[in-house]
Ligand binder design. Structure first.
Ligand code: SF4
Length: 622
């Protein structure tokens, strides 16, 4: 039954941006509720303005809406004013399409792009009227599923989610719907047993974790006979066609554009990069398919920007051809092109120049480290001379603003490496100053490195807050003055993110307690409640430093080993050791390093698949 519209109408004028909560977007799909046999609500645990730009959610909305026997609707996390208003008026969390409470759906599917959204998931479950713990829900409640990059360590959310989808969701989502349809009349346990047989699906209640006295994981294993260990990620190959009936947002959102994923995965092998490992191997979308998608999207949406998304745009083999074809085909239509993640080389500057078409906003580089020693350690080798040559080229072509991204706290980093960040940024600024005088602007963004699961740095401990703050102080002193702007991440946020990213199942009690104490919107500095988190750790007797700061020995069993990104642990360990020796690996398009990426991708335990890169080496079973 729909929520009370009159009540909603009374509440909406009292909150900011009421357009976030009314639905009815152009291209939204409202299907006949009674005709659908499986109803899915796709839930995004952050506000509408961010969720509407989430490509994963758009892909699943498109795929599930196209199923004749299913419907898909959406719910986003209400901002704090709307949360209070909904709770005050007794309005449960509802879907934007049919305005039905989430309790009316069969499945609620959360997208989990990052760890800072965990307490928002609990808030949404509670606002929907569900017990937050999976063990306290039964078949009268919707199944709660989650997927996304943070699901590659599902353990801190294992108490709250019935089943996780690990890896690409396009095929798994359809299989989940089909399987649910076949077992919907059965009890929750039987439903989940059926779901656990879908490849890439992890159901935490069917696995036990045992701990050693020192708090590390002794063993993880299934407690039922017929589930997989580890759960291998799903990979779709080739990539299915991109969605073209994109939703047109009601309010101005962070990325209001025709987003098309041109490639998934990355071959560069940067050792700090979580996305680079979990999305291996690279799959490119043909140029013609991207162009056809764009031709379909633009008249249906009126978007004036095309976002060509990938982890490394300049590595897409057809990028030159694609950019030129877009400029030619859409000439005169005022279409701008955005290319995130460009490399610092002349080819990329040429691309940026081609897409700028006179509109030069800002040029972004992500050198991540400023000394060659550190760049070798992270496997992002590029010389400072090359960086400066490229910066010069950018200024010469007319750009006045450059944004530089760095990491501090990388393994083996010394104060001299941090000083080098300031020196390189100053050197870039001086080049800009010569070219453009006082109009130059260099924005330096410095994030604290968090060693993420499944990467070669998963054994490393995060640098303690005290020394990170000393490094930040050095940068603050060195990078001031007109035309230079420094941004850095908050150390409280970094500790929380690291503890949750590297945590085990026991952290569920911390997440729940922090949420009960008022934590939510942890990604928002002005909303994050560090005190609630501190108390939650204290009351549950767990130490965030145990998870975040501790260096782990090579033999340690990681909590996240219950799932596999397909890349061998032995390969990651060898790569970590190479980093300590300052050795780099070439792009695996040039030479395969036998990372072991070998994944089950069909709904079968025996069917395996190998990396499609020419010359890739197949090492057999994981
Ligand atoms: S198998 Fe080889 S080519 Fe494929 S992702 Fe791994 S290293 Fe790269």
């Amino acid at each position: 039954m729909q929520i009370d519209w009159n009540q909603l109408e009374r509440v909406l004028p009292t909150v900011r941006r009421p357009g976030r909560y009314v639905g009815g977007e152009y291209n939204s799909v409202v299907k006949d509720w009674d005709a659908a046999s499986v109803r899915v609500c796709l839930a995004f645990p952050d506000i509408y303005d961010l969720g509407m730009s989430n490509l994963g959610l758009a892909i699943l909305y498109d795929i599930l809406s196209a199923l004749p026997d299913a419907l898909a609707e959406r719910a986003y996390m209400p901002w704090v004013d709307m949360l209070a208003a909904m709770r005050g008026a007794g309005i449960p969390l509802y879907s934007l399409e049919s305005k039905r409470p989430l309790a009316d759906f069969d499945i609620v599917g959360f997208s989990l792009p990052s760890e800072q959204l965990y307490t928002n998931v609990l808030e949404m479950l509670d606002l929907a009227g569900f017990p937050v713990r999976a063990a306290n829900r039964d078949e009268s409640h919707p199944l709660v599923i989650a997927g996304g990059h943070a699901a590659f360590n599902p353990e801190p959310m294992a108490d709250f989610v019935d089943a996780f989808v690990i890896g690409d969701g396009e095929e798994a989502a359809v299989e989940l719907v089909r399987t649910y349809k076949a077992v919907r009349g059965e009890g929750r346990e039987a439903q989940l047993r059926a779901l656990a047989h879908i490849s890439g699906v992890y159901v935490p209640r069917f696995y036990d974790v045992h701990y050693d006295v020192d708090g590390t994981v002794a063993a993880i294993g299934p407690n039922v006979p017929d589930v997989s260990m580890p759960v291998l990620k799903r990979v779709v190959s080739p990539l299915p066609p991109p969605p073209t009936r994109l939703l047109v947002p009601n309010v101005d959102v962070s990325h209001n554009r025709a987003a098309i994923e041109i490639q998934r995965g990355c071959t560069r092998g940067c050792r700090f990069c979580h996305a680079g490992v979990i999305t291996r191997p690279v799959r490119e979308r043909p140029v013609e398919e991207v162009l056809a998608a764009l031709e379909a999207i633009l008249p249906q949406t009126g978007f004036e920007e095309a976002g060509l998304l990938s982890l490394s745009s300049s590595d897409y083999s057809g990028i030159d051809e694609l950019v030129r074809a877009i400029i030619e085909r859409f000439d005169g239509q005022h279409l701008s092109i955005s290319l995130p993640s460009l490399r610092a080389d002349s080819f990329s500057v040429g691309l940026a120049e081609a897409v700028a078409q006179g509109r030069r906003t800002g040029f972004t580089f992500a050198p991540e480290a400023a000394t060659e020693r550190m760049r070798e350690a992270i496997n992002k080798p590029i010389s400072s001379e090359q960086m400066l040559d490229v910066a010069q080229e950018v200024f010469d072509l007319g750009w006045r603003t450059i944004k530089l991204y760095f990491l501090i706290g990388l393994p083996g980093e010394q104060m001299a490496d941090v000083q080098a960040i300031a020196d390189l940024s100053q050197a870039v600024w001086k080049l800009g100053r010569k070219a453009h005088g006082r109009k130059v602007q260099v924005n330096v963004s410095v994030n604290t490195f968090i060693p993420k699961p499944h990467t070669p740095f998963q054994w490393v401990g995060m640098e303690p807050a005290g020394s990170v703050q000393e490094k930040q102080a050095l940068l603050r002193r060195a990078l001031r003055g007109r035309g230079l702007k420094l941004d850095y991440s908050d150390s409280g946020m970094a500790l929380l993110e690291a503890a949750l990213a590297r945590g085990d199942r026991r952290l569920g009690a911390v997440v729940q307690r922090a949420w009960e104490l008022g934590a939510r919107f942890d990604a928002w500095d002005e909303q994050r409640d560090d005190d609630a988190w501190r108390r939650a750790f204290e009351e549950t007797g767990l130490d965030p430093g145990f998870y975040a700061y501790r260096e782990r020995p090579p033999e340690e069993v990681f909590p996240w080993e219950v799932v596999s990104a397909g890349v061998r642990k032995a390969f990651l360990l060898r790569d970590y050791q190479r980093s300590q020796r300052g050795e780099t690996l070439v792009d695996c398009r040039e030479q395969c390093h036998a990372c072991g990426v070998l994944v089950v991708y069909k709904d079968s335990w025996s069917e395996t698949w190998r990396c499609p890169q020419p010359g890739s080496q197949d090492l057999g079973d994981l």
